[in-house]
Design a protein around this ligand. Structure first.
Ligand code: 13P
Length: 350
């Protein structure tokens, strides 16, 4: 088995990423997505502004106390600080494992459903990213809930792509973050989300088995189990946590070291409250480290505070969010009653 060459390293990297008390900073927004975010603070989507933003995030003092890894976009590998140091080196020096998004976004599959692209040439790209110091990767498969979806086709095709990606990554030394995201889009209730997610996660795990992926050397990045954004029936943090744990317990092997949730459009505080509740209920039970790999729920207030120029304010806001989520992984987070603004974006692409 080709993965054998890297097995020890993969297990060690995955465990480091899932260090209790730490999470992952997802900062791998594509050029268009970051452009959309910048437009909200009236900032032009230029190379220099993207570099300045990511430099602000990655040079945050003490970030590594709460963050074990950072997911980057391809362009970021070339980015430098104002002093001329590669951001990639800044991460390594501060003991944050550099990661990279390797999927190439969504393509239409059928009936308004999508399949993630990027398998063409993936092996060469993964080899290159490893040579540049990256040690883990991300691939996001997206599933939509509606009257007609998800179709068996979308579930199977996305599961197979995630498994192919995972195998190629592991064969070349990168820990794959396997991200099956059941979108919050829609008016479905929490039980429907649980039902669909159970089917989706089972298909993904089955496909990973078929592709001989090493479970100890992956991380799972799922959605939390919650009602759709337009659902009439809201759910408490406790219900969300209970259903999320029930669904994961039914589908995910204990060999997986860490489950690093996506935030999926939840407000910054809701994402912390839900993660805290999950860890509260699961205290002392295992088998996985239950942590975060948030994008929007770590960066939203930081981007606003930075506003294109205020590095100190941006870094303080980021540090605050990573600290709060670190506490949530330890079930020690106290609700802040501050920023409950939803970060949901319709048909969000990353
Ligand atoms: P959000 O936390 O903003 O959902 O993004 C995480 C991510 O990496 C999605 O692929």
């Amino acid at each position: 088995m080709r993965i054998g060459t890297f097995a020890k390293e993969l297990v060690s990297t995955a465990r480091q990423l899932a260090t209790p008390g730490k999470g992952i900073l997802a900062a791998d927004e594509s050029l268009t997505t970051l452009g959309n975010r910048f437009s909200k603070i009236n900032l032009e989507n230029t190379y220099e502004n993207r570099e300045a933003y990511r430099s602000m995030l990655f040079t945050t003092p003490s970030l590594s106390n709460y963050i074990s890894g950072a997911i980057q976009f391809d362009e970021t590998l070339k980015n430098k600080t104002p002093e001329g140091e590669l951001l990639q080196n800044i991460l390594k020096k501060s003991n944050i494992i550099p990661g990279i998004k390797v999927d190439k976004g969504l393509s239409l599959l059928s009936n308004d459903e999508t399949l993630t692209t990027g398998l063409d040439g993936l092996e060469d790209r993964v080899k290159y990213y490893y040579s540049q110091g990256c040690r883990f990767a991300k691939w996001r498969g997206v599933i939509k809930i509606s009257n007609k979806t998800p179709s068996t086709l979308a579930i199977e095709e996305n599961a197979n792509s995630l498994a192919k990606y995972a195998y190629i990554c592991q064969s070349n030394g990168l820990v794959p973050i396997v991200e099956p995201e059941v979108l919050a889009e829609g008016d479905h209730d929490i039980d429907t989300c649980a039902e669909v997610s159970t089917i989706v996660y089972s298909a993904v795990i089955n496909a990973l088995h078929k592709h001989s992926v090493l479970f100890e050397g992956i991380l799972l990045k799922p959605n939390m189990i919650a009602p759709g954004i337009k659902s009439q029936k809201k759910a408490s943090f406790q219900e969300i946590a209970q259903k999320t744990l029930e669904t994961l317990n039914r589908t995910i092997p204990p060999a997986v070291p860490g489950i690093m949730f996506l935030s999926g459009g939840q407000s910054e505080e809701d994402a912390s409250c839900n993660l805290n509740e999950i860890n509260q209920i699961n205290k002392g039970k295992g088998p996985w480290v239950l942590s975060f790999s948030y994008g929007r729920a770590l960066q939203a207030s930081s981007l606003k505070a930075w506003h294109g120029k205020n590095i100190k304010a941006g870094q303080e806001a980021l540090l605050h969010r990573v600290k709060m989520n670190s506490l949530a992984t330890l079930a020690k987070y106290q609700k802040e009653n501050g920023n409950g603004e939803s970060l949901h974006v319709s048909n969000y692409s990353y």
